[in-house]
Each structure stands twice: as structure tokens, then as C-alpha cells.
Design a protein around this ligand. Structure first.
Ligand SMILES: Nc1ncnc2c1ncn2[C@@H]1O[C@H](COP(=O)(O)OP(=O)(O)OP(=O)(O)O)[C@@H](O)[C@H]1O
Ligand SMILES: [Mg+2]
Length: 372
């Protein structure tokens, strides 16, 4: 096979894109920047507006405050990164936006999610099904819900296209071939009758991306889309997502624990800690003038290619807190080298630093705080 992925043994990676039947009613949309030749229209000032989102899990051990009062926007065509250590609420944020939080034990207890002018949390089941897959593609890593092993690749992609776009058999098949070619599957027409096990991990990932893009969604929620792939394939897949999002004008919420990936892919980045956003900025601002000591810690733990001094990478001391009982006041204070009494007494708000796109939640670096 010409494709490099073909030589890679099938990886223990399962990934899914949630694609459900139905189609969102065609809405009036003014023209925007899509490069695919179609008129893309905008219903609202930003594509996705998340406000005060709180998602909790009601477990026998107590309430897990996985996402706690989270607010952010994703612009039309923008790639926004969501970074932070394991367990800080990245996946639950994305699942909440697509209304895929398992209930019970999960519940969205507060907030709003406005997608392209639609109030997602108020949609009925039919409404949300129509939105998912057609307007919002979901790529995520979950061994339990991967591609269906008993159905051919061609069938699985065509299914989404037929249901959401209402294309007849032949046109749907042509689109499947077009999509598979776009995501770099060689001899796509010959592979339609193959089953997932006949594809390597990298190729299955490309199939997932093809499904996510199949109905030309406005937003892709990409939850660690490359974590389990080897570095070469990871780079190819990220490059693919970037190129396709440029081509289709698709916005991406890219979840990653890897700041290096966020730096390469994103326009802006949200840093999450213990269920909260603690800093948000453009990539350049975040890397040049991070404001929250937690973000400093994440950046310090990134290897630098130009660092020839052989210095040891610094790590953030301690562990992220359990979200059943997060620390009072600033949630980072038990691990923060700059913490003072105020940090243990009161939680800071996200406040503006430098420009409107840069906000941070920290007393110490608050304008007038104790770190210059
Ligand atoms: N079904 C569930 N029941 C109970 N708690 C859950 C459930 N799903 C997630 N959580 C909890 O919600 C919190 C946030 O989890 P989430 O999966 O969003 O983390 P994450 O930032 O995506 O981490 P990772 O980088 O490891 O994927 C964690 O404390 C997790 O244990
Ligand atoms: Mg996750």
C-alpha cells in the first residue's frame, strides 16, 4: 500500500465520531469564509457561545464538579484549544456541548450553550439528534464506541451522508469516495467494502475524520484525536484536520493535554484546571506572557528544541485535586509556589490582561497583584 499508515500495525485505539440521523432545518445564513465554494452563513456573532456551564456527576461518593461555571466562545472557522491535566473537565465540556453526558450520573446543572444561534440545552431529543452529526461532528477516543466492526467502512460513512444530506445511493457513494480520498485513503473506491479491522489505526482515524466531515459540519469537537497514535501518524492527522478545517471553513474545538499541539493548531487556547477555565488567550499571548502560574507550569514542562543547556524539564508539583472536594478559593493554591492567604480565602475572577482576548484567574498576577 502506498499509504504510510498501512505499514503501522493496528493500534489499540478506538475512536468514535457521534453521527446521528436527521438534518437541521436549513437556516437563513449570511455568507462567510468557507473555502469550499459553498456559501457559509452565520446566524450569530460567534458560532458557539458557552456561558456558565456546569456539569456534575452525582455519584455514591459525592458530587463530582467536573465542569464548573465555564464560559467561552468559538468563532466561525476558528480553532480553539482546550488544554489541561488529566481529569480537569475537558472531555466533559465537549460532551456537554453535544449533550452526550451520560445521565445518570451526569447532569448539566447550569449554564447555556448557544450554537449558531440555537439554544442547545433547550432542544428536545429530536432537535439535538438533528444537530449532532450534521452541524457538529465529534471525534473522540473511546474504546467502547468505536467504528462498528460488523459494517463496512463505505456503509458507515454513507449512512451518515444519506441520513443527514438525503443523497440518493449513487451520489452518496461518490461522496464517500471523495471524502476518503480527501482524508488520504489511497484507492478509496476499492476500499469501500473493507471492514474496520482491515484498516490500520491511522487509517481508521482518517475514516473517523471523514465521517465527522461528511455532512460539512460547522464545528468539530475533537477530543484528543491523536493521543494513541505514533508521532508520525499524529502529525499527519493533525495536519489533515487543519487543512480540512481551512478548506471547509469548519471550526474546531481541539482538546489536548499537549500544549505543543495546541500551539501548532490553534488560534486561541483555554487552559482548564479542576473544572474551571483559569486562563484564555491567543496562542502567541499564552506562550509569550502567560499569567496564571498553572499555565507557567504547563509551559515549563514543554521540551524546547532550542534548549541546549540540558536543563531538566520542570514539572508542576503535586496532583490535580479530586473534583468531589476541590480546594476552596483558588483551586490551584495548594500547588502554587506563589500562593498567599488571599489565594486560600477567595477565588479570583477571570480578569482581563493586556487585551480583551487574554483573561486569567489569579490574585498574584492580577493587575496590581504581588507578582510584577
Ligand atoms: N461518568 C462519570 N461518572 C463520574 N465521574 C465522571 C464521569 N465522567 C467523568 N467524570 C469525572 O469528571 C472529571 C472530568 O473528567 P474529564 O473526562 O472531562 O477529564 P479530562 O480533562 O477529559 O481528562 P483526560 O485528559 O484524562 O481525558 C473527572 O474527575 C472524572 O473522574
Ligand atoms: Mg478527556
Amino acid at each position: 500500500m502506498a499509504d504510510a499508515d498501512q505499514d503501522i500495525p493496528a493500534l489499540e485505539r478506538a475512536t468514535i465520531i457521534e453521527v446521528t440521523p436527521g438534518a437541521v432545518e436549513e437556516m437563513h445564513r449570511p455568507a462567510s469564509t468557507s473555502a469550499d465554494g459553498r456559501r457559509r452563513e452565520q446566524k450569530a456573532d460567534v458560532l458557539l457561545k458557552v456561558r456558565g456551564l456546569s456539569t456534575h456527576f452525582f455519584t455514591p461518593d459525592g458530587v463530582v464538579r467536573a465542569v464548573d461555571d465555564v464560559s467561552f466562545d468559538v468563532g466561525y472557522g476558528e480553532t480553539l484549544g482546550l488544554v489541561g491535566e488529566s481529569g480537569c473537565g475537558k472531555s466533559v465540556s465537549a460532551l456537554s456541548i453535544a449533550r452526550l453526558v451520560p445521565d445518570p450520573p451526569g447532569k448539566i446543572v447550569a449554564g447555556s450553550v448557544i450554537f449558531d444561534g440555537i439554544d442547545v440545552l433547550k432542544l428536545n431529543d429530536d432537535g439535538i439528534r438533528k444537530l449532532r452529526g450534521k452541524e457538529i461532528g465529534f471525534i473522540f477516543q473511546d474504546p467502547l464506541t468505536s467504528l462498528n466492526p460488523t459494517l463496512t467502512i463505505g456503509y458507515q460513512i454513507a449512512e451518515a451522508i444519506r441520513e443527514h444530506m438525503g443523497l440518493p445511493e449513487k451520489a452518496a457513494k461518490d461522496r464517500v469516495v471523495e471524502l476518503l480520498s480527501k482524508v488520504g485513503i489511497p484507492r478509496a473506491r476499492d476500499r469501500l467494502n473493507d471492514y474496520p479491522f482491515q484498516f490500520s489505526g491511522g487509517m481508521r482515524q482518517r475514516v473517523m475524520i471523514a465521517i465527522a466531515l461528511s455532512c460539512d459540519p460547522k464545528l468539530i469537537l475533537a477530543d484528543e484525536p491523536t493521543t494513541a497514535l505514533d508521532v508520525t501518524i499524529q502529525a499527519q492527522i493533525l495536519e489533515l484536520i487543519e487543512r480540512l478545517s481551512d478548506e471547509f471553513g469548519t471550526a474546531v474545538l481541539l482538546i489536548t493535554h499537549d500544549l505543543g499541539i495546541a500551539a501548532g493548531m490553534c488560534d486561541r487556547v483555554n487552559v482548564m484546571y479542576a473544572g474551571r477555565i483559569v486562563e484564555t488567550a491567543t496562542v502567541d499571548e499564552l506562550f509569550e506572557t502567560p499569567q496564571m502560574p498553572y499555565a507557567w507550569g504547563l509551559l515549563d514542562s514543554l521540551p524546547q528544541l532550542d534548549d541546549v543547556r540540558g536543563e531538566k524539564l520542570r514539572t508542576i508539583e503535586g496532583m490535580p485535586p479530586l473534583l468531589i472536594n476541590p480546594p476552596d478559593a483558588c483551586r490551584f493554591h495548594p500547588r502554587c509556589p506563589y500562593a498567599r492567604d488571599l489565594c486560600r480565602q477567595d477565588e479570583p475572577e477571570l480578569t482581563r490582561r493586556g487585551n480583551d482576548l487574554h483573561l486569567a484567574r489569579c490574585w498574584a498576577t492580577e493587575p496590581g497583584g504581588w507578582i510584577a
